[in-house]
Design a protein around this ligand. Structure first.
Ligand code: PEP
Length: 252
């Protein structure tokens, strides 16, 4: 099955509203030409309404970087799915390694958040990946398969187009140290195999699995050339619109 590629920007904790407006105004006309590629931009909460509003009638998907799975209540500092939808978010990152490592998000929390996003028809991009120590000691697959399985355990009905995974080895994020294309294919191919075992052929063939970790214009083509890699989640190289557009073009 031919899956539609996705190129996703993760701005992390960067950009004021004015900077976000300028970026989005420059991106929209160029992304509109990117036939055959889904373009998503995961922005800070403070910019989301503005980016969502500007992108509303365009193919660009405005997304949030985080949320909590309850809809409202005494959860100081948190933002819920209905709140994200209210400001025109169409997708959300779940379990980015910076959320897991710095803010202590557990596999169970990530699984509950994914379930809530799926129920609300907010496309979750679920991030999984191992540390350098785990890779070096041969524990990559135990870590990654555990993260993916915990998410699947929590999900009842979801089609292959209702969820995206991103394999992001932690040692490659923001370090300039990209996984080799073979390493990316190996991990992502195994994730797809696990999806097939757990949920069957149609689901596994329909789910998009992105690679993330120091993707840039110089290495994107090789990574995108791998069979099971359906796109990329990009931090540093997505902050400048020209470089993000180069990545989108490479995904066509
Ligand atoms: C990310 O933020 O998910 C990421 C992969 O960052 P970078 O591209 O900077 O490594």
């Amino acid at each position: 099955m031919a899956r539609r590629p996705m190129m996703a920007a993760n701005w992390k904790m960067n950009k004021t509203v004015t900077e976000a407006q300028n970026y989005t105004a420059a991106l929209l006309p160029r992304a509109a030409d990117a036939e055959g590629v889904d373009v998503a931009v995961f922005v800070p909460f403070t910019c989301l309404h503005e980016v969502g509003r500007m992108a509303e009638d365009s193919p660009v998907i405005a997304g949030a970087q985080n949320f909590y799975y309850e809809d409202s209540g005494a959860y100081t500092g948190e933002v819920s799915v209905p709140m994200l939808k209210d400001v025109l978010a169409r997708a959300v990152l779940v379990g980015h390694s910076e959320r897991r490592e710095i803010f202590g998000e557990t596999d169970t929390l990530v699984a509950r958040k994914t379930k809530r996003a799926v129920e609300a028809d907010l496309l979750p991009v679920v991030c999984v990946g191992e540390t350098k120590e785990e890779r070096d000691s041969g524990g990559m697959w135990e870590k990654v398969s555990g993260q993916v399985s915990r998410v699947l355990e929590e999900l009842d009905e979801v089609g292959g187009d209702g969820i995206v995974f991103a394999y992001e080895p932690i040692w490659a994020i923001g370090t300039g140290d990209t996984a080799t294309p073979d390493d990316a294919q190996d991990a992502i191919g195994r994730i797809r195999e696990l999806l097939r075992e757990e949920r069957g052929e149609d689901f596994a063939d329909g789910v998009r699995i992105l690679y993330g970790g120091s993707v840039k214009p110089a290495n994107v083509a090789e990574i995108m050339g791998q069979n099971d890699v359906d796109g990329a989640l990009v931090g540093g190289a997505s902050l400048e619109v020209d470089s993000f557009v180069e990545l989108i073009e490479a995904a066509r």
